[in-house]
Design a protein around this ligand. Structure first.
Ligand code: MN
Length: 129
């Protein structure tokens, strides 16, 4: 995959940690602090992956995933949802919204990047770089 990852996350601490872990493994991280900004960047920069927080103010992650998947410029970009374990049904909803995987918060720094890479490897929707 492309080494560019779009990180849609409104929480600064979560953004910081995810960015740190991904950059450590050689990825380039482009942050988006809101759903609408993330949707715009997805079509503009065509990242190899979108990491999507589900609990976003205003437009939630499901709305963001639907918008990304309905735009021909961004619909082939794989999306991995990142959300709180407390939200029952999130995994099913994330997969139904077109995400290839789901990671629970708080994220585990030891396994976070590996989990993402496993989703990408097993994804049939992965596109060639
Ligand atoms: Mn959030």
């Amino acid at each position: 995959m492309k080494k560019k990852i779009l990180l849609i996350e409104d929480n600064e601490q979560n953004r910081y940690l995810a960015t740190f872990l991904l950059e450590q493994r050689g990825y380039e991280v482009i942050p988006a602090v809101s759903g609408p900004l993330g949707i715009k960047l997805a079509s503009q920069i065509s990242p190899g992956l979108i990491l999507l927080d589900i609990q976003l103010p205003g437009m939630d992650g499901y709305g963001v995933a639907a918008a990304v998947k309905s735009d021909p410029r961004s619909r082939d970009i794989p999306i991995v949802a990142v959300t709180s374990y407390a939200m029952v049904g999130d995994r099913e909803n994330a997969l139904a919204a077109g995400c290839i995987g789901y990671i629970e918060k708080p994220i585990n720094p030891e396994t976070f990047v590996t989990e993402i890479e496993c989703f990408l490897l097993s994804s049939v929707k992965e596109v060639a770089p």
